[in-house]
Design a protein around this ligand. Sequence first.
Ligand code: GDP
Length: 304
Amino acid sequence: MKLVALAGGTGSAKLLRGLKSEIGKFTVIANVGDNVWMHGLYVCPDIDIAMYTLAGIADTRKGWGVKGDSFRMLEQMALLRGETWFRLGDRDLAIHLLRTEMLKEGKTLTEVTVFALDALKVRQRILPVTDAPVETRILTKEGDLHLQEFWVRRRARVAVKDVVYKGAREAHPTREVASAVDEADKIVICPGNPVTSIMPILAVDGMQTLLASSKAEKIAVSPMIGSRPFSGPAGKIMRALGQGTDSVAVSKMFARLIDKIVIDESDVGMKGKIEELGVRCLATRTAMNNRSQERRLASFLIEA
Ligand code: GDP
C-alpha cells in the first residue's frame, strides 16, 4: 500500500514512528509554516522532528531536537547577550548550517531534505509541502507574531485574534508532493495542531484540489480528547477563531477533504454529530504514550 502522511510536529512524529514499525516505507508531507530564520540559519522544526524520529535519533522526551544533545553554543550565545529563547542543540545545529548553505547554493528545500534523509539512512520520504516560503503568523493583541515567537518565546500567553498563512496563496505543492498524492492508496492526516500544523499544509494553493482529485482513501486522526487537545495550544487558538475544541470541530475543518476520522474511544458519543457531516467516524484509543500505543494506532489506520 502506498501511504502518504500529512504531518506537523510532536503529535505527528509519534504516529510516524508507529507507521515505520508497521509498514516501513511511506511518504511524509511536512508542514513548513513553522520554519523560522534564527541566527541567520533556516530552521524547519516539523521536517526535522519527522527526520530525527524516523532516523531514531529524536529527543522524544522534549519532542524536538537530537537525543542526548548539549547546549554549549546557547551558553555562549547567552554570554554574548544573543537570543536564546529558541533552543538549538549543538548536534542539531549541523542540519541548520548545512541546509542554509545548500539553500544559498540554490538547492531547493526538497533537495536538501532528500540529501539529509539519505545521509541519516532514513528509508521513508519526507517532502516539504512546498519549496516556497510559507509562514504561520499569529495575529495577537500585541501584534503579529511568527508561530515560534507566539508558542516558544511568549509561551502562548498572548490573546489570539487570528491566524494567517503568509505566502500560502503564492506557493504551490512541489512536483514530488503532487505525484505522491496522486499515486497514494491512503492519505493519513496525522494528529497535529489543526490550525498551526495541518491547515498551513492545506492552505498551500492547489493542495486541496490535489487531495480532492486523488483516489486515495483519506483518513484523519483527531488530536483532541474530550474538549481539549492532548497537548499544546490548539484549544486556545481554535477557541479564539470561534471554533469548538473537540473532535467534532476538527471533523468540521477537514470534512470536505476526508472520508474518515479516527477519534478517541472515550468520545464515541460524538460519532452521530461527526457522521452528520458526511465523515465516517471510527473510535479507538488515540493516546500514544508509548511505542506499543503508537504501533497499535498505526496498524488501526492501515486496516481502517
Ligand atoms: P507541534 O508543531 O509540536 O505543535 O506539533 P503537532 O501539531 O503535530 O502536535 C501537537 C498536536 O498533537 C496537539 O494538537 C496534540 O493534541 C496532538 N497530540 C499529541 N500527542 C498526541 C497523542 O498521543 N495522540 C493524539 N491523537 N494526538 C496527540
